[in-house]
Design a binder for this molecule. Structure first.
Ligand code: PEP
Ligand code: MG
Length: 589
C-alpha cells in the first residue's frame, strides 16, 4: 500500500481497478519475421472487435446526444469494412512478414496522406477519422484501451486527458473514478465529472505512476490516491462514503424549497449546461433556469458547422424544457482550451490570450449571425437571454449589439417571430472588463462573472498549467477585490449580476458573494444541494462581516484564515496551511 498526492477536482469516493486509457496518438513499432497467417488473423480479430466497440459508442451517442452526432461512427465502421483498406493491410503483412499493428499503421498513414492532400475541406477532415480508426485497432492489437465507450465493467479511468467525445461517452455505471495528468477544476472533463458525480483527481504522470489493474481508492475532495489499500484503509474510505451519502440526504431535504438565508435573503441558484445530454440532470434538479449554456460544444467534435435550423432545434429544446425560468445562451466561445478544426485558428503561443470567444465571432461574422438568428428564433418558445464571452472593450460590445440588431432586422423582414426585448448581457472575465465595469454596465442588461477565466487573467496564470496552479486561486485578494468592483458597478446601474464560473459553488466563499451583493449563482446542478443547504445556515449579516474582514486581507493565507474560519464561528485560527492547486487548504492547528 502506498499513496500518491494529486489535486482534488470532483468530490466522491472512488474505488476500483485502474484502466489506463492511452492517448490516441500512440503508434506501433515495426516487428519483422512474423507468422503472416497469424498476423492477418490478429488484424481481422482486432478489426471486428473495433467494429463492435464503435457500434456500442454509436448507439450510446444516438441515445444520449442525437442521431446527427452518431453518424460519424457509421462512417468509422464502413472504413473498417472497406475491402480496399483490408486488402492493402493483408498485402503489406504478406510482403514484409511484419506484425499486424505495423502494417495497419503504414496503410493508415498512406490513406491519411491521400485525404490530407485533397483540396476539398470536408475530405481533408476525413484524415482525422482515418487516424482515429487506425489508432483504435492498433491499440486493440497492443492490448491498450483508447476509448471509454466500450468498457463494461467497473474501473477507475486513468489517462493523460479526456477529450470532449470521451467525456460524452462516459458510462457512470462503470466509471468509478477519474484520474488525469492534466486539467483542473475548470476543465471540461472536470465539469462533466462533477455533473455526473464521478470522483476525480489530477495526478501529474498518473499514467506512469499507475498501471492497468492497480487497485486504487481515493476521495475526490482530498486528492490523495491510495494504491493497493489494505482492509482497514478500505473500511475508512467506505465509512467516508457513508458519511457523504448522509450529507446528500440532509441536503436533499431542501429540494423544492426557496434558497434563502436564515434572515430571508433569497439567492437564485441556476444551472450551467454544456451539452444537450445534460438536460435530463437539469430538469430533475432544483434549478429553474440556466445561467450558462456553453454553446461551443455544439461546434466541437463535429465534421461540419451546425446549421441555423440544427442550432435552433437545440436552443428550442432547452428553452422549452426550462419553461418555468429562462435560459442564458452564451454565444460561441471557441479558442483557448476549446479547440475545433472547423475554425481557422492559427497555432498560437498563448491561446488563452489569443483568437477566442467574441474576437473570433467578430471576424467570422456569418457563423456568428447564424448562431444569433437561431437563438433569436428560439426565443419565440420561452425566455432566453443572450450572453457574450471574453469581452474586453466597449467597441466589442457595440459591434456585437449592432450585429444582433442586423439579425433582428433580417428576421423582421422575413416575418419571423422572436422576443423583441431579449436581454443582452456580457461575461466579465477579463481585467479590462472589471476596470470598465461601470461603463459596460450602462450598455447591457446583465453581467455574469466567469471566474474560471477571470482568475487566470487577474493572476496571469494559465488555468490549465499545473506547475503554477497554486497561484490560480479564487482566494487571492486580487480576485476577490475584482469581484467586488464588478458587483458594485452592476448594482449601481441596477443590472443583474451573477457568477457562472466554478467559484460560484465554493462553499467557503458563499458569505463573501452575498456580502458584496451577488445573489445569483450558476453552477453544475450536482453542487446546488450543498450550496443551498449552506446558504440556509447563514445570515446576510455574516456576509457583511466577511467582506469587512477580507478587505484587510493581503494574501491567500490571510483570506483563508477568514473564509475557512469566518469571524462568526468560534473555531481556532489555523497557524499553518498547505495549499494544493489553489483549491485545498489542509489546516494544521
Ligand atoms: C468562466 O470563464 O468562468 C466560464 C464560465 O467560462 P468557461 O469556463 O467556459 O471559459
Ligand atoms: Mg470563460
Amino acid at each position: 500500500m502506498h499513496t500518491i498526492i494529486g489535486i482534488p477536482i470532483a468530490k466522491g469516493i472512488a474505488h476500483g481497478p485502474v484502466r489506463i486509457i492511452h492517448d490516441t496518438s500512440m503508434e506501433a513499432v515495426e516487428r519483422l519475421g512474423c507468422n503472416t497467417v497469424e498476423e492477418i488473423q490478429i488484424f481481422h480479430d482486432a478489426r471486428n472487435e473495433a467494429i463492435g466497440e464503435i457500434e456500442t459508442i454509436r448507439l450510446n451517442t444516438m441515445k444520449n446526444i442525437g442521431e446527427h452526432e452518431s453518424k460519424i461512427f457509421e462512417a468509422h465502421q464502413s472504413i473498417l469494412e472497406d475491402p480496399e483498406m483490408i486488402n492493402q493491410v493483408e498485402a503489406y503483412i504478406l510482403e514484409k512478414a511484419c506484425c499486424a499493428e505495423w502494417a495497419l499503421t503504414v496503410v493508415g498513414n498512406r490513406i491519411r496522406a491521400i485525404f490530407e492532400s485533397m483540396d476539398n475541406a470536408y475530405m481533408k477532415e476525413r484524415a482525422i477519422d482515418i487516424k482515429d480508426i487506425t489508432c483504435r485497432v492498433v491499440n486493440l492489437i497492443m492490448g491498450h484501451y483508447s476509448d471509454v465507450g466500450s468498457i463494461n465493467e467497473p474501473y477507475v479511468l486513468v489517462g493523460h486527458d479526456l477529450t470532449p467525445s470521451q467525456t460524452s461517452t462516459l458510462e457512470t455505471k462503470y466509471v468509478k473514478g477519474i484520474i488525469t495528468e492534466v486539467g483542473g477544476k475548470t476543465a471540461h472533463s472536470a465539469i462533466i465529472a462533477t455533473l455526473l458525480k464521478i470522483p476525480y483527481v489530477v495526478i501529474e504522470k498518473g499514467t506512469t505512476l499507475l498501471k492497468d489493474g492497480d487497485d486504487v481508492v481515493f476521495d475526490g475532495r482530498e486528492g490523495i490516491v491510495v494504491v493497493d489499500p489494505d482492509q482497514s484503509c478500505l473500511d475508512a474510505y467506505h465509512a467516508k462514503e457513508k458519511q457523504l451519502v448522509q450529507e446528500e440526504e440532509k441536503y436533499a431535504g431542501l429540494k423544492g424549497k426557496v434558497c434563502k438565508t436564515q434572515d430571508n435573503m433569497e439567492v437564485e441558484l441556476i444551472a450551467n449546461i454544456s451539452q444537450i445530454k445534460d438536460l435530463d440532470y437539469i430538469v430533475k434538479s432544483d434549478a429553474k433556469s440556466v445561467g450558462l449554456f456553453r454553446t461551443e460544444f455544439i461546434f466541437m467534435d463535429q465534421d461540419r458547422l451546425p446549421t441555423e435550423d440544427e442550432q435552433y432545434e437545440i436552443y428550442k429544446k432547452i428553452t422549452t424544457a426550462m419553461s418555468e425560468g429562462y435560459v442564458t445562451i452564451r454565444t460561441l466561445d471557441i479558442g483557448g482550451d476549446k479547440e475545433s478544426p472547423l475554425f481557422n485558428i492559427p497555432k498560437e503561443d498563448n491561446p488563452f490570450l489569443g483568437y477566442r470567444g467574441i474576437r473570433l465571432c467578430l471576424e467570422e461574422v456569418e457563423i456568428f449571425k447564424t448562431q444569433l438568428r437561431a437563438i433569436l428564433r428560439a426565443s419565440a418558445h420561452g425566455k432566453i437571454k443572450i450572453m457574450f464571452p471574453m469581452i474586453a472593450t466597449l467597441t466589442e460590445i457595440r459591434e456585437t449589439k449592432s450585429i444582433l440588431d442586423s439579425c433582428k432586422k433580417a428576421l423582421d423582414l422575413e416575418g419571423n417571430i422572436y422576443d423583441k426585448n431579449i436581454e443582452v448581457g456580457i461575461m466579465i472575465e477579463t481585467p479590462a472588463a472589471v476596470v470598465m465595469a461601470d461603463v459596460f454596465a450602462k450598455e447591457v442588461d446583465f453581467f455574469s462573472i466567469g471566474t474560471n477565466d477571470l482568475i487566470q487573467y487577474t493572476m496571469a496564470v494559465d488555468r490549465s498549467n499545473l506547475k503554477i496552479s497554486a497561484l490560480y486561486s479564487q482566494y487571492d485578494p486580487a480576485v476577490l477585490r475584482n469581484m467586488k468592483i464588478i458587483a458594485e458597478a452592476a448594482n449601481k446601474e441596477n443590472i443583474s449580476v451573477s457568477i457562472c464560473g466554478e467559484a460560484a459553488a465554493d462553499i467557503k466563499l458563499l458569505p463573501y458573494w452575498l456580502g458584496i451583493g451577488i445573489h445569483k449563482l450558476s453552477m453544475s446542478v450536482a453542487l446546488i444541494p450543498e450550496v443551498k443547504w449552506t446558504i440556509s445556515q447563514m445570515t446576510s449579516t455574516q456576509g457583511i462581516e466577511v467582506v469587512e474582514a477580507l478587505s484587510k486581507a493581503g494574501d491567500v493565507r490571510e483570506v483563508c484564515n477568514v473564509t475557512h474560519h469566518p469571524p462568526y464561528t468560534k473555531k481556532k485560527v489555523a497557524t499553518k496551511s498547505i495549499i494544493l492547486g489553489g483549491y485545498l487548504l489542509l489546516d494544521v492547528l
